[in-house]
Ligand binder design. Sequence first.
Ligand code: SF4
Length: 219
Amino acid sequence: MKLGLSRVHFPVTTLGPGRRLGIWLQGCSIRCPGCISADTWRVAEQPVDVADLVASIAPWLAQCDGVTVSGGEPFDQPQALATLLGRIRQLSSVDILAYSGHPYEKLQGFLAAWPGLIDALISDPFEFHRPQTKRLRGSDNQRLHLLTERGRERFAGYDEQPAGPADRQLDVMLDDEGVVWLAGIPRRGDMQRLQDLLRAQGHFSITSEAPVAVCKTPR
Ligand code: SF4
């Protein structure tokens, strides 16, 4: 089974409790305006074999407190996603959090076909113009679903408390090509603030943010 993969990283500390294994899938058909992961939209040119991916992440699975799957849109590849999560389940009992830009109601077929694969799910598209006060979410329309007992144990507090300073932190990663990569939930304008800071220090940077349409009132 082949899977379009963007990247894998361990540890990720900003997308759920503990030190987590982050898996970002490549390809997103939803394309929310203002998405900060526009680099993950195009379909993967060289999908990876799920068995190879699982073999490569097995050492991290043995150490991590949980797994977070994001993208891209993970559910654009439902069979590959189910295969990957099923293999992870065989190797580890840690919690699995998955993100989707689809509404929960559209994912119920997947969740019914593969019960128990996902412990906690954050559904619904990112909406740039909505407030952002909730933990783990880029916009407040996004819903957290606690799907298993393990999910309820691990993520209940994430719906009860508003986002605090700890939720505003980002993990910074540097890949083999020198590209800086951020994981976590940035506040509105954080990417622009980062670019301005770098520019002020003489650096040039580009980000993968998708543009947001601005409505102007006619004069
Ligand atoms: S926020 Fe998620 S669902 Fe929306 S365009 Fe970005 S990757 Fe796709």
